[in-house]
Design a binder for this molecule. Structure first.
Ligand SMILES: Cc1cc2nc3c(=O)[nH]c(=O)nc-3n(C[C@H](O)[C@H](O)[C@H](O)COP(=O)(O)OP(=O)(O)OC[C@H]3O[C@@H](n4cnc5c(N)ncnc54)[C@H](O)[C@@H]3O)c2cc1C
Ligand SMILES: NC(=O)c1ccc[n+]([C@@H]2O[C@H](COP(=O)([O-])OP(=O)(O)OC[C@H]3O[C@@H](n4cnc5c(N)ncnc54)[C@H](O)[C@@H]3O)[C@@H](O)[C@H]2O)c1
Length: 476
């Protein structure tokens, strides 16, 4: 296609991650373009949630023998098949991506996929890298985020990876340096150490998962240091090629201390930045937050000078404070509804937003941390209960000495305002607390208004609820 050709659509979506699900039956008789310069299906499917969890599960199995001895079960891990696991995962994921592309681009008459970088060249106009001009009264920006790469010498060496490439390594690295202490670092340190790499995690601050509740962050930092080498208080200064294809990772610490770690591969996991800069938002006059996110209102409308721009919307990582797939998907449902019902707009008000870290042990969180609750409510107004997994029957069965459930409630109303679990099945156990918080069930009613299966691990939640100092519901 040459330059100056203008193509008109009823809807243009930038980004085929959660954006792809916007194409509801409402659009059957309308022309829709999905623009994506990357792999069809976006981050979660191709390089995010899905493949990481498909690695995390076998890695958690590989870690079982080290745990089972204390229960009298003598297991031995003979080997892990990196190439087999990798190929199983990506043969599945790649096929879904290719099938999704084919469906949208070839099988449906009303949709087309444009596999090019594009940017705004007007309020309702985009121009692609090759010069195609695309126009629509309705444009949804679902352009996601990308990994941040620190600007240090050696960062572009082929041994240095982000989450985009680390899962496709030709072989399991003997030694992996993981830079960062957030979600991605925690998950990949557990995956690679579980599968047999010697992992060194390097973090700037002394605590891992610092945005989590402090009790969980402390517990995880301690447990991580028992499972792989953890170096805290260090920042990256440069990376150099070393002998036999390895690299030397140069670090700086307090009082001008230095350290060098040799590694076969390096994973940079120091956050993700919204892809806003790739879109030239100024060309459409769009408002941008200081951290690079596009500004949206409660209906997911993009703003210019604080006012909604007719026909422009955003969803997911490009505009959300929460870089989570379930958040992007909910944003998408809000936008889909609002596109179809301009006279009955829905606001994006669902809460609280939970998250899980699929590391070892797993973590589930929702609502405020204790520090946030104190800041928002005052120390006197909140009740906090920490219940160890080892205090309940299933915890005894597991001989669990590390899992915990921490709940934070409003002493006056009895409403839960924060829930944090670290331990076996935490991402599943947190959901019943999310449910109570979402539907306004107070802590005592939640504890006493239902049967709790004995002796399931969910009793850790029941006991934590009963340990809170909150108003009695009157239920027995
Ligand atoms: C390693 C990893 C693990 C994760 N695990 C989880 C998890 O377990 N649970 C969870 O909830 N979340 C997880 N996430 C986060 C989750 O993947 C994201 O929040 C979610 O995928 C964001 O979806 P999105 O639709 O906003 O953007 P994306 O899926 O990133 O889609 C954006 C698309 O836009 C395209 N694009 C961007 N700019 C342009 C442009 N200018 N022109 C053309 N195309 C463009 C990109 O190529 C991309 O395909 C994980 C993320 C990572 C990286
Ligand atoms: N299970 C999940 O839901 C899941 C899994 C992976 C990723 N994600 C999403 O993707 C996002 C990105 O993940 P992430 O781990 O890259 O980011 P993160 O925000 O979770 O953690 C970033 C880490 O990098 C450190 N850091 C930032 N700048 C630094 C610097 N200049 N020098 C040294 N350290 C620095 C931070 O202190 C932090 O430890 C997450 O916030 C999360 O929303 C979710």
């Amino acid at each position: 296609m040459g330059t100056n050709t203008t193509e008109s659509f009823d809807l243009i979506i930038i980004g085929s991650g959660s954006g792809n699900s916007l194409v509801t039956p409402y659009w059957d008789d309308r022309r829709v373009a999905i623009v994506d310069a990357g792999i069809f299906g976006g981050t979660c499917l191709n390089v995010g949630c899905i493949p990481t969890k498909m690695f995390a599960y076998p890695a958690s199995l590989a870690a079982v023998p080290a745990e089972s001895g204390r229960l009298g079960v003598d297991l031995e891990l003979r080997s892990t098949d990196w190439a087999g696991i990798r190929d199983r995962i990506f043969s599945r994921v790649d096929a879904i991506s290719a099938g999704g592309f084919r469906y949208r681009d070839q099988e449906l008459d009303h949709t087309t996929v444009i596999t090019e970088e594009s940017r705004f060249t007007g309020i309702h106009q985009l121009t692609t890298a090759s010069g195609r001009v695309l126009e629509s009264e309705t444009i949804v920006v679902a352009a996601g985020s990308r990994p941040v790469r620190p600007d240090v010498p050696g960062i572009d060496l082929p041994q240095v990876h982000t989450s985009d490439s680390i899962m496709r390594l030709p072989k399991l690295p003997e030694t992996l340096v993981v830079l960062g202490g957030g979600f991605i670092a925690a998950e990949f340190a557990a995956v690679y150490s579980g599968l047999g790499s010697s992992v060194v995690q390097v973090n700037r601050s002394s605590q891992l998962l610092r945005t989590h509740d402090e009790t969980v962050s402390e517990r995880f930092t301690e447990l991580a240091s028992r499972q792989w080498r953890l170096e805290t208080g260090w920042t990256l200064s440069r990376i150099e090629e070393a002998e036999s294809g390895w690299v030397s990772v140069h670090l700086e610490g307090p009082e001008r201390a230095t350290m060098v770690i040799d590694a076969e591969a390096v994973l940079v996991a120091q956050g993700r930045t919204p892809n806003t800069d790739r879109l030239d938002p100024a060309a459409a006059g769009l408002d941008v937050h200081g951290d690079g996110r596009l500004v949206v209102d409660e209906y997911q409308r993009l703003l210019s000078g604080g006012a909604p721009v007719p026909g422009l919307w955003a969803l997911g990582d490009i505009s959300s404070e929460h870089q989570l797939k379930h958040v992007a998907n909910h944003d998408q449902r809000i936008v889909a509804h609002n596109l179809e019902h301009p006279d009955d707009l829905r606001a994006n008000t669902l809460g609280p937003i939970p998250s899980a870290v699929f590391t070892r042990p797993q973590i589930g969180s929702a609502g405020l941390t204790e520090a946030q609750a104190v800041a928002e409510y005052g120390r006197e107004r909140i009740s906090v209960k920490v219940q160890e997994y080892g205090d309940v029957a299933y915890g005894w069965a597991m001989e669990d000495a590390t899992g915990l459930c921490k709940l934070i409630a409003d002493r006056q109303s009895g409403q839960l305002i924060g829930a944090h679990l670290i331990g076996h099945e935490a991402p599943n156990l947190i959901q019943l607390l999310v449910q109570a918080m979402s539907f306004g069930v107070d802590a005592h009613t939640l504890a006493r208004g239902q049967y709790w299966i004995h002796p399931a691990l969910s009793e850790v939640v029941e006991n934590a609820l009963l340990g809170l100092e909150v108003p009695d519901s009157g239920l027995v």
